[in-house]
Design a protein around this ligand. Sequence first.
Ligand code: NAD
Length: 496
Amino acid sequence: MQDQSDQTRALWVDGVSVFTPARTFDSVNPATGEVNWQVAFATAEHVAAAVASAKRAVNDPAWRKMLPHVRAGILMRIADAMTARADEFARLQMLENGKVWSECRAQALSAASTFRFYASACETLGSEVTPSRGNYLSMTAYEPYGVVAAITPWNSPLTMEAQKVAPALAAGNAVILKPSEVTPSGALLLAQVAFEAGLPKGLLNVVTGDGRETGTALVEHPDVRMVSFTGGTATGRSIAGIAAQRLIPVALELGGKSPHIIFEDANIDAAINGVVDGIFEGSGQSCVAGSRLFVQRSIYDKAVGLLVERARALRVGLPDVAGSQLGPLAGFAHRDRVERFVSIAREEGGQILAGGRRPPEAALQAGAFFEPTVIGGLSNSATAVQQEIFGPVLCVLPFGDEDDLIAQANDSAFGLASGIWTANYQRAWRVARALETGLVWINTYKQLSIATPFGGFKDSGIGREKGVNGVRLYQQSKGIYWSMDEKNFPSDGALA
Ligand code: NAD
């Protein structure tokens, strides 16, 4: 690496790490407020150099003609290296977004297994012979777009980045990865690991910088042929606007305000466990956080009582201290935003049943901590119930019957995920089909598998990541017709 010390992080362009001493930004530890290190800022010129490198690499016969099992071998070696260095990946994420150690480590290992999954998909996904209507063979082949931009958020960077980079490479593309400016370092280590595992240079470039300058330069670059974005809905809309003008495809994984539902016949203890994990894990900074809880009126007081007890007992603490269940929010400005939502909820008549403030412990004063918060007394149209807070804040609402529940749950701009707790399997099926969300959990929550497609309805996004077909997101199909009888063209000899 050039000019790089332990206090700096360089970006990756054309297989080389580049430090920009004149232009850097701070990586800040949200648990302490201290600066971790300086990170190189990628300007439009760096983005252009990265795209040029990716274009060269993706057109190089060494990659274009590489047999799938050889490409799979590289992905498999990346997975092995990530597994071996899982602690390093986890530590970088913990220092940058403040998630507790156990969650960071689990996410590092999950990111590695995503590479393993797409290595297998790369070797096993085939092309298709399609039914013909004459004496010809018709086939569908799948080809890469070329240069793909992958833009990721800060909440779960390791898993999101693996979820984009692994299938995009498996599909035969070159990738320019733009991680969030809050969590740039995992992506930089991923590039290093990938090159050490034998990925040819230029196939993964990492440009670290902000959204306005670095991200926009990337999306607008004429040689970027597809954008895969995970982040906020407003950003997704603006990226989709540029992509529409450029006529390039976009995949958008956006925000959520997921309804979590407890019917009166549910196993209440299991349901409360699911609700607590579903909103408070990662301090609520999860796109699928179950942030709107609907409880059937007959058990409302009991369920909310249990929930409040559990929320108050959760241990907010430094992310590297064993036993901490919630770390800080990922940044100080973000905590201010979460606090504003709680104030608005108060103004709109909400009752703070638990939390609603910064924790008083002296050891936590320098960090962006916020207590797990439960708010009752709001209607489904209140600001805190409709907007994504992306923090440890749960709004609880009662419902009467199934129709009332479905009407309230679907009355949202978002449609990412939902959860249902009931002992009645017919009701579970009916409600699962009626909810306007891309994912439904029944008697569980936040259960995720790389094998299952993931994505949202409505303002929560367009396209589906994950699953074997996650590779197809990064490919375009080509129909090929191959005559078995030269005399059969043109059809029926009409113009002959
Ligand atoms: P964000 O939209 O602010 O930023 C996401 C990424 O986009 C960052 O890398 C940022 O630098 C970049 N960016 C910002 N403006 C840009 C622009 N104009 N052009 C190009 N790039 C730009 O989101 P965030 O605050 O980092 O993450 C939180 C959001 O992400 C939440 O809304 C959350 O729900 C969402 N999210 C969704 C999923 C999902 O799979 N649906 C997963 C995780 C997070």
